[in-house]
Every structure is written in C-alpha cells, then in structure tokens.
Design a protein around this ligand. Structure first.
Ligand code: TXA
Ligand code: MG
Length: 333
C-alpha cells in the first residue's frame, strides 16, 4: 500500500517534489480529481504513468503548469490562450496548443500539440513550484474506471502500485477539467465538457465554440482518449431522467437508484425495497458533481446488479455530468 502524506505539511511536499525530480511518480490532489504525476519532460518517468494506469499509449496526458509564463516553456501560447488564462487560470480549464520540443512525444501520444492546465489546488501548485517542473498528470485511476476525488480512492485502486499519495482533501469540483482546443484560432473546439461551461468560454472570447464530435466508436478522434466507455463502475449502469423501479422490475433489492439531488418524499415512498442514493441534499448540481464519482464508487462496492442513475438537465455543469454518466453507462466492448 502507498504511504499517504499530509498535504498540509511542507516537509511532505518537499519529499514528493524530490521524488518527482528523480523521475518518480506521486499521486497529487487537484481541484478537479486526483492526478498521477510525473516530470513531463522525462520520458521514462512518464512511461511509468501509462504502466501503472494500464493506459494505452494513444491517450495523451495533460501537463500541469504554474501559470502562463511556465506554459510558454512547453507550448506556443496564442492571444486567445492568453485571454482565457487571464480569466480562468488557475482553474479547471485545459487548453490544447502547439507543443514545443521540451515535451516528449510520449506525453502527447505523438501529436504536435500539448494539453495544458494551471491547477488551483494549493498542494499541486506548491509541488509544481518546488520542482519547477511541468507535471504530466492523468486522473489517478486504473484506465477506464471512475476518477478519484479523495486520497482514499487512489489508495483503493492504485495503492499497491504507488509509493506516495499526497492527501489534499476531497476535490472541489469532482469532475475533470474542461478541455478546449485552440489549434485552429478561428474555431476553438470543446473536446471535453467540464466545470467551465461552453457558454462561459464563448462569453469570454466573444466567439462561438465548436461542439465536440458526438460520442462515436473508438476510432480516430480529435481528443484521443475521449473513449466511448470511460469512468465506468463494474456494476452495470442505466440512465434515466427519472430513475424509478416499477412493479415489473425484477430483483428490486439488487437495484440501486442514484439521484443527483434528493428526491421528494413522494418519490422516495414509491421506491419500496430499493436502495436510493443521492449526490446532494439540496438542488445544487455543482454539489452533485462534487460527490458523483465518490458515490458511484461506493455503490459499486455494494454488490448491486444494476445502478439506475439520474441524468441532469442539459445545461451548465449538467452537460459535464451527463457526459461522464453516458460514457460510464456504455456496455463493455
Ligand atoms: O481535471 C483534469 O483534467 C485531470 C486532473 C488530474 O488534472 N486530468 C485528467 O487527465 O482528466 P486524463 O488523462 O484523465 O484526461 C486527459 C485527456 C485525454 O484523454 C485526451 O482526451 C485529452 O486530455 N488530451 C490530452 N492531450 C491532448 C492533445 N494533445 N490533444 C487533444 N486532446 C488531448
Ligand atoms: Mg482520466
């Protein structure tokens, strides 16, 4: 099992930083999800990330930097990028830009572009600052499984393969960052919906943002790694705008209903003999997003035959919630 270090302790952060500088791997908290970090300029360190996660080499990694100036050491920063970083960095916005040679091709899956973000979590920022390195960090979960939003989640699924996990508490957003490609300056394109919405980005740029290609088969994609099935629990998952069991549902006691916000007493009363969970006590979808992955993990350990989860209204953070739920519900290939 990995040793869990406190993110409040400067000595721990020094220790994590030293390990990273020597080509090691450390799980670190960010404001979105926990990441599995390595020196992004060191190919053999980065190779270990792919190995530990069981991640295919066609799936490029996000590189974490302190700020725009740090980003400019590894990517060509455009005027549009500067505008966005001034508003949304540090925070959950990843920008895809033309890469510079400092980043090895292993990180970018052979592409000439690199995905960059400046995290706001103080622990991640401090570690980047001490090392002075850009840190490649995908979500710290086995490939295809639900992303971790606490140090314990990382321990549960990857602890045996890691030396250290830094505990920075539960993640503030609970969903991975929004990814925006700026490779075509005329057509910024949204590769992954996330905590920063398309509308917020369009308002900031006074420009229309092209939508992601609808979820398709795992063939050539603009965002390699944006796989049809991803973030999936082992338990089979179905989606519904109004999860419920009816008198025809078999094995009601083997069914879990997962609501985004607490259902009314009338709805609860109808779900006899069925386990009902909700991500938020109040009708606040940001709160639901924060707890969604943790609750999915918990339910996944409880030996249900099926989880029926509630879809969100398709607006704001609801778009990112639905994106993750739809990928999670895809049947295994
Ligand atoms: O919130 C986050 O973004 C978290 C935390 C740890 O920062 N990281 C994360 O990384 O979600 P990961 O590896 O799970 O997702 C990275 C995705 C890839 O699967 C791919 O879709 C996209 O970022 N990506 C990375 N580099 C790219 C590139 N050069 N061009 C297009 N898409 C890229
Ligand atoms: Mg991931």
């Amino acid at each position: 099992m990995a040793k869990i270090l406190s993110g409040d302790c400067e000595q721990s952060l020094d220790h994590a930083a030293q390990l990273l500088c020597r080509g090691g791997i450390v799980a670190l908290p960010t404001e979105t999800v926990y990441g599995l970090a390595a020196d992004a300029t060191n190919s053999s360190a980065v190779a270990q990330i792919f190995e530990i996660k069981g991640r295919p080499l066609i799936d490029p990694l996000i590189v974490h930097v302190l700020n725009c100036e740090h980003a400019s050491t590894i990517a060509h920063i455009t005027d549009t990028a500067i505008k966005l970083t001034e508003i949304f960095w540090p925070g959950p916005l990843t920008l895809v830009l033309p890469k510079k040679p400092a980043i090895p091709h292993l990180v970018t899956a052979g592409k000439d572009s690199v995905a960059l973000r400046s995290p706001s979590h103080p622990v991640m920022r401090r570690v980047i600052e001490i090392t002075g390195l850009p840190l490649a960090a995908p979500s710290a979960n086995p490939f295809g499984y639900i992303s971790p939003t606490t140090a314990d989640h990382v321990q549960d699924s990857l602890g045996s393969k890691l030396q250290f996990i830094v505990n920075g508490g539960p993640c503030e957003y609970g969903l991975e960052s929004t990814i925006l490609s700026l490779l075509d300056p005329q057509k910024p394109s949204l590769l992954r919906p996330g905590p920063i919405s398309k509308v917020e980005l369009e308002n900031a740029l006074c420009q229309t943002i092209v939508l992601p290609i609808p979820i398709q088969k795992d063939t050539a994609q603009e965002a390699p790694g944006m796989l049809l099935r991803h973030y999936s629990p082992h338990t089979s998952l179905q989606l519904s705008p109004h999860p419920h069991v009816s008198h025809t549902t078999k094995n009601k006691n083997k069914t879990a209903l997962l609501y985004l916000t607490k259902p009314s007493d009338a709805i609860l009363a109808e779900q006899e003999n069925t386990s009902v969970f909700w991500c938020s006590e109040t009708p606040d979808l940001h709160q639901s997003a924060r707890h969604l992955f943790a609750l999915l993990r918990l339910i996944d350990m409880m030996q249900f035959n099926i989880i029926i989860a509630e879809l969100a209204p398709e607006k704001g953070i609801g778009i990112a919630i639905n994106d993750r739920l739809k990928r999670a519900a895809q049947p295994k290939a």
